[in-house]
Design a protein around this ligand. Sequence first.
Ligand code: SF4
Length: 273
Amino acid sequence: MEVGYNVQATADAEHNLVVDVYAGGVNDLNELSTAGRRAQEISGVKKIDFLADAGYHNGTQLAKCERRGVRPFVAPRQGYAQKEEGFRKSDFKYDKSTDTYICPAGSVMRHTSTFKRKTSKVPYKVKRYTTPDCDGCPLRSQCTTSSNGRYIERPIHQAYTERNDRRVTRYRDFYRRRQEIIEHIFGTWKRHWGMTHAVVKGKEISYARMGFGGLRKVESEYRLAAIAYNLLRAVQIMGLEKLQKQLGKLIFELWRLLWPTWSRYEPRFIVFP
Ligand code: SF4
């Protein structure tokens, strides 16, 4: 089985209403900044706190969000355990003012190269730091087996990642609200309404030029679900009577706006056999 569509949904923390639904790429790792930008545009709010699970933890995306006023709170992913014994990266202290690392022997490791890491699902740039002091270092046996000496790597968006991780740790209770906000919506769609997969999927080719390809159809299916969910929430928030009045006003306004356009067309009737 191949995953074809991946539905992304954003909800607001005040009323738990769905703000946005769209079918994004199959990998969550690249979606954070797009989802954040769309939430900003739809809500009209420039500065927002954006909570997401560990599947969205990606330095490049965290940096993009922060630069445009979306403050991310994304759960850090568990790193791989180091197999080799000896000094770990955490034993090397980073100095932000000089962009250098101080190694356990007290030597300064300077930035010597930058390269693109392509092995990851999401390519990202990495800076490498080295020191010429490894030759003859008394701690070398605890540090590296490489004949070129030890190096430390730092993704170029590491500062954004560290800031995000500190925020999540510091405001743990705030981050926990993520589950109660968004999981309730997905829980309702999947468990109560049986929407475990899209019904109106289909080939993109036939309708692609008209913009009604499979992706758009899946998006529409989940947007209808979002409208239904929001209406149910609105009944709980403002009561049925008030909601009916508001919807009546909305329909009247729409009719008033659209009537000048509609009224120019001759009525056409389609008769079904
Ligand atoms: S081997 Fe190099 S990096 Fe490691 S402690 Fe010695 S000087 Fe520092």
